[in-house]
Write a protein that binds this ligand. Structure first.
Ligand SMILES: [Mg+2]
Length: 243
C-alpha cells in the first residue's frame, strides 16, 4: 500500500481525478478514503482557466469535500507573481478575477502598453487582438510571465491546445521567453509543501514533464498515473492504485 508511506499528497486534477469534468473511475472514492484516513491533500493543477473557489465547487460537485485552500492553480500562482501592478492578461475572466483578488490592476487591450507585466494563460477566447496587445505591452517593456507551458491538456474527445500553444505565439511575436510559474517550476511545489505542513509528501500526476519532473526537482517522491518509461518512484494505472 503506497499511501501508508506518506502523510500528504500533492494531487494533479486533469487525467488523475477527472477528465473534462467527469470523474475518472475510482478517483473520488480514493480521495475520500485518503482524507478519511487522515492524509492531507492539496490539489495542484496547471489549468489556469478557473479560480481556486470555482475548482473547489466543481470538486464538491463530484463528491470530494474540497475547499479553496486545498487548491493551487497555475493561475493563482501567476496572479501572485504579477500582482501588485498593472497587468495585461491573456486568459479567462476567472483568471482576471484571480489577478484582481491578488491586488493587480487588469488593463484593457487598448491600455496594454501601460502594463508592468503580461500574464499569458490558455483560454478558448484567445485571439489576434490579445496577441497584438501583448506584443505592444512587451515592446513597451513589460515583463512576460506565463502560468505554465503545457502544450495540451486531455479531454474526453482527445487533446486540446493549452497555455504552451498560446504562449508560443506570444513569445514568437515578442522575440523573448516568458518566466513560467506553474509545474514543473519547483517554487509552486514548495508553496504546496508549506500548505500541507506534513513530513512525508508525494506528488501524484499523469505527466512526466510537469508533475513528475517538477516533483523530483522539488525533492519530493513521485507517483505517475499511466504506463511506460518514467522517473517516478511509483507507477500506477489509476489513482485507486495508491490504496
Ligand atoms: Mg494532468
Amino acid at each position: 500500500m503506497i499511501a501508508a508511506r506518506y502523510d500528504g499528497f500533492i494531487v494533479d486534477l486533469d487525467g488523475v481525478v477527472h477528465l473534462g469534468w467527469s470523474a475518472l473511475p475510482g478517483a473520488v472514492s480514493t480521495v475520500n478514503t485518503l482524507l478519511d484516513t487522515g492524509k492531507r491533500i492539496l490539489f495542484l493543477t496547471n489549468d489556469p482557466r478557473f479560480t481556486r473557489r470555482s475548482i473547489a465547487d466543481r470538486l464538491r460537485g463530484l463528491g470530494i469535500p474540497a475547499t479553496p485552500d486545498m487548491v493551487i492553480t497555475s493561475g493563482s500562482a501567476g496572479a501572485a507573481r504579477v500582482a501588485p501592478g498593472r497587468v495585461y492578461v491573456i486568459g479567462s475572466a476567472e483568471l482576471k478575477d484571480e489577478v484582481r483578488a491578488a491586488g493587480g490592476e487588469v488593463l484593457s487591450d487598448v491600455d496594454a502598453h501601460l502594463a508592468d507585466r503580461v500574464l499569458v494563460a490558455g483560454h478558448s477566447g484567445f485571439d489576434y487582438t490579445e496577441l497584438r496587445a501583448a506584443l505592444r505591452a512587451c515592446s513597451a517593456g513589460a515583463e512576460l510571465v506565463a502560468t505554465n507551458r503545457d502544450a495540451t491538456f486531455p479531454m474526453p474527445d482527445g487533446l486540446w491546445p493549452a497555455t504552451g500553444a498560446v504562449l508560443a505565439a506570444v513569445e514568437t511575436a515578442a522575440g523573448r521567453r516568458a518566466v513560467s510559474v506553474g509545474k514543473p517550476s519547483p517554487e509552486i511545489f514548495r508553496v504546496a509543501v508549506d500548505l500541507l505542513a506534513v513530513p512525508r509528501i508525494a506528488v501524484i500526476g499523469d505527466r512526466e514533464d510537469t508533475d513528475i519532473a517538477g516533483g523530483r526537482a522539488a525533492g519530493l517522491d513521485t507517483i505517475l498515473i499511466g504506463s511506460g518509461e518514467s522517473h517516478a518512484d511509483h507507477i500506477i494505472p489509476a489513482l485507486s492504485g495508491v490504496l
